[in-house]
Structure formats: C-alpha cells, structure tokens
Design a protein around this ligand. Sequence first.
Ligand code: TXD
Length: 319
Amino acid sequence: MARNKIALIGSGQIGGTLAHLVGLKELGDVVMFDIVEGVPQGKSLDIAQSSPISGFDAVMKGTNSYEALDGADVCIVTAGVPRKPGMSRDDLLSINLKVMEQVGAGIAKYAPDAFVICITNPLDAMVWALQKSSKLPAKKVVGMAGVLDSARFRYFLADEFNVSVEDVSAFVLGGHGDSMVPLVRYSTVAGIPLPDLVKMGWTSQGRIDEIVNRTRNGGAEIVNLLKTGSAFYAPAASAIAMAESYLRDKKRVLPCAAYLSGEYGVKDMYVGVPVVIGSKGVERIVEIELSGKDREGFDKSVVAVQTLVDACKKIAPDL
Ligand code: TXD
C-alpha cells in the first residue's frame, strides 16, 4: 500500500512540529511548503536525518512550489502571521485572509481530494475563507481549535484532581477566541461529570470557574510567556489527532470548527462543535441540546465569529 502524502502549508513553528510528529507516528510522507526559501527544505532535511535514530521511514521534502502538493491526502494549513503580545487574533484577519486565498487556490489546483485542516488564526474566519477560496466540499475542510482548547481544559483539570490526563474528558464549544464555551456539565473524570465532583468535595465551583477562565485564556498565557510567537506543540498534536482520525478512518468524536448549515441554528459559518471524523471527512455533526448559560455563551460566540466572517466578506466580496 502506498504511503499517505501529507502536505504542510506553512513551515513555521507548528509546521515543523507537525512534520516531526507525522514522522514519529509514521502517518505518511511529508511535503513542507512555505514562501520563505530554505526553511521548509532545511527543516525537512533535519527531521529526515532524525529518522534513522527515531526509527521511522518517511520521505520529507521541502518546497516553495505549490506543484509539490500534487495528490496530497491531507493538507494542514498554518501559513500566515502568528499573534504577537498585545495583538488579538482578530488583528490578524486582513493579512491572513489574503494568505488563505492563495493557499485555497493552490489546494484547489493540486490537492482537490485532500482533507484540509486549517490552523491559521483567526481560526473560524480563516477556515471559512479557505473553504470558499478552495471550493472543496465543506465536509473535507475543517478548523483545528476545539481539540486544543479541550486538551488545555483536560490538562488543567487533571492537574487539579491529580489524576491521569487520560481519564479526563472535556468539552469545549463555540469559536476559538475569548468567547469559547467550555461545557462543565459534559466534562468528566472517568465518566463523572464536574458538577458531581464539586458535590463530592473534589473541588469547588470557584476553582472550576478559575480553570474555565484559564482555558479561555490558554493561548494568551503562552503568547505572554514566549513573547515571540504562540503555542505550537499542543496545536500540532491536536491537528495530528484530526488527521489520524481521517487517514485511519477512526471516526473519533472531536470538537472541530465545522461548516454548519442549520445545525445549532447556524448557517454558512464555521463554528466549533463536536463532529465525527472518518475517511469521508466530517461524517456527522453532533448536535447536543444547549440551554441556559451554555446556549447564551454559544450564541455570543457565534456572533463573534459572524463579525469576523462579515469583515472577511467586506475585504473579499468575491468569496
Ligand atoms: O488553535 C489554533 N487554531 C491555533 C492557531 C493555535 C496556535 C497558533 N495558531 C495560529 O497558527 C497562529 O496564530 C498562526 O496564524 C498559525 C501558525 O502558527 P505558527 O506558530 O506556526 O506561526 P509561524 O511560525 O509564524 O509560521 C507561519 C509560517 C511562516 O513560516 C511563514 O513564512 C509562512 O507561514 N507563511 C506562508 N506560507 C505559505 N504561503 C504564504 N502566503 C505564507 N505567508 C506566511
């Protein structure tokens, strides 16, 4: 069986980590693309030289030409400019919108059958722009945010309870921004929902509120520490989980920015919701019932995403 081909569009911090993880997990051969000359070539050569030590077989290729994407099974897009301290995700909108238009055209030409995962911020608007400019079926284009946001939530909860991260599952909905909605009642430790754990005296509501807030600000916390860029290890690991579910038809239920056409009362927009990812791409959108504060939070988040999409439409009316 031929190896899968995974194209990484953008070879910066996340792109490099993605290539390394694809190698370590033997998910397929890698093409790293970037507009900067030398960087994708240098990183892919460095990672290829680690393969005899780590024990994986994968062709690692760096390129500045879209042609090299030809026939890719998966494209993971990180191309663009990352956030600097004090800069909001939304500030990035106009710069990265133009990048999405170029990347979308490249994917449409050379990898129209690929499963496309967008990571570039502001995420929910950029994945929308990427789908519009590539014109690929909406179920083959998704955004990565929820897996990362819920991994942050899971990590903080595991740390709070001093239990394995493997036994903590968490649920984060909505846009990737300050308005994301960590759903406390659907987050569990070994199946026990958080509100029950509060009743059992494992923690207090106050601590849960603090953790929810830390999760919401998880990206900014790292930006403020790094000062010269944003998080990259956990974002890369999150996109790899999505790519793996597609390539191995695992049908994992993962929170992703997915195209909604009426689900959750939302139309023609990408918003973070739980989806099943299998060999057909987004095979199912899991529509849970939201009420009270959760519904309120979700609706607020949808408005925030809508504002960004409207801004994109204003800048690029042809999309
Ligand atoms: O949860 C999430 N979705 C995110 C998103 C979590 C963390 C970071 N998130 C966003 O991912 C971040 O705000 C950025 O928009 C992307 C990529 O982050 P990364 O840390 O990898 O940024 P880098 O290191 O700056 O890499 C971006 C690369 C860099 O090498 C540029 O030269 C390249 O993108 N670039 C391009 N490549 C191809 N084509 C074009 N036009 C282009 N423009 C820049």
